[in-house]
Design a protein around this ligand. Structure first.
Ligand code: SAM
Length: 339
């Protein structure tokens, strides 16, 4: 049973309203290299302050990260990474590092979200396209921004990627294509775990160089096909994956992509859609609904959806035996098969 207002006081409102304080503490720590500095082992306050060049508030910053379980501090006052931040925020672990997402969140999403009300009032995105242009071509016009965005996609999907390698009967299939594959991290993890798979990444041509570099870095053989999934047919593989693709587009485009997948797949083939699926009752999974608001800030017509919504679209396109499965606390997948 939820507590009464007299029991909670105003704190639930204040905690939510000032959530950006905690968020900026973490994002600034990433930008200032706090986690990087600790990747070699524990450091005392002065050593960590010197390594990060922080002039003021170092102790407050490090200790709020301790209070948020992002750092540990031992009895001698030495700071270290926690098990969680050692896995995900240590740049020397490219297989699991997701700091690229936090760098992108700090540089792009944080200022853009200051205009959320404008996005909702006008129906127009509030990112680089605020003064015109299409999202991906505008974003990718600058090679550094392109790489930063692709790294951030890897970061955001890392939990789902790690779950997906075991969440589907990959032994029953020989080929897979990831549509809108970004750096190709999902395919790299899949092929490492299931070396019998032939894996193709499909994305805009500008993504080829970062994709091929990343495959080399991870030491995995992957093929890249450059193209526009709205204009060209999809690769002919036994499984087609759409990770955070459908949510970028309006309903007509979502259905168009699902229909293209159906056409490209052989009989017995499968489609996997993974996203921050909203709970079917639209009551509890705030992250999924916030992701959908992020689509209002970032895209012309995109929105996130429930597992039931997506299953319905797959069945309308002809897919059968659809099911929804949780991958992580934030992410789920919808699977359908072509008879
Ligand atoms: C939101 S990201 C998702 C990346 C990745 N699947 C994941 O879940 O982390 C969308 C991806 O789709 C690609 N993309 C966008 N429009 C495209 C198009 N018209 N044709 C092919 N790829 C496209 C982008 O380059 C980007 O890599």
């Amino acid at each position: 049973m939820s507590k009464s207002a007299a029991e909670t006081g105003p704190e639930p409102i204040l905690d939510l309203a000032f959530g950006f304080w905690a968020s900026q503490a973490l994002l600034s720590a990433v930008e200032l290299g706090v986690f990087r500095a600790l990747s070699g082992g524990p450091l005392g306050l002065g050593e960590l302050q010197e390594a990060t060049g922080i002039q003021r508030g170092a102790r407050d910053l490090f200790d709020v990260l301790v209070a948020s379980d992002m750092l540990a501090r031992d009895e001698d006052g030495r700071y270290s990474l926690t098990e969680l931040t050692s896995l995900y925020l240590d740049e020397t672990k490219p297989d699991t590092y997701l700091g690229g997402l936090l760098v992108m969140a700090n540089r792009r999403l944080y200022p853009f979200w200051g205009h959320l009300a404008d996005a909702l009032r006008t129906g127009k995105p509030q990112n680089e396209t605020r003064h015109g242009g299409d999202f991906f071509p505008t974003l990718y016009a600058d090679p550094e921004r392109l790489r930063g965005f692709l790294r951030s996609m890897t970061g955001r999907s890392m939990g789902a990627i790690r779950a997906l390698v075991d969440a589907f009967p990959w032994k029953d299939y020989r080929s897979v294509a990831d549509i809108g594959c970004a750096q190709g991290t999902l395919l790299a993890h899949l092929v490492k775990r299931h070396p019998h798979l032939t894996a193709t990444g499909f994305d805009l041509p500008a993504v080829r160089a970062p994709f091929e570099e990343h495959a080399r870095e991870l030491g995995v053989p992957l093929t890249f096909t450059g193209g526009d999934f709205l204009a060209e047919p999809l690769p002919r593989t036994e499984v087609l994956i759409f990770g955070h693709i459908l949510h970028d587009w309006d309903l007509d485009r979502k259905r168009e992509l699902i229909a293209k997948a159906y056409d490209a797949l052989p009989s017995g083939g499968a489609i996997i859609v993974y996203e921050a699926l909203i709970d079917d009752e639209r009551r509890t999974h705030a992250y999924g609904m916030l992701m959908s608001l992020n689509m209002a800030v970032e895209t012309e017509g995109g929105f996130d959806f429930t597992g039931a919504d997506c299953s319905g679209w797959l069945r309308d396109a002809g897919f059968v035996d659809t099911y929804v499965q949780t991958l992580t606390g934030h992410e789920g997948m919808v699977v359908g098969f072509k008879r």
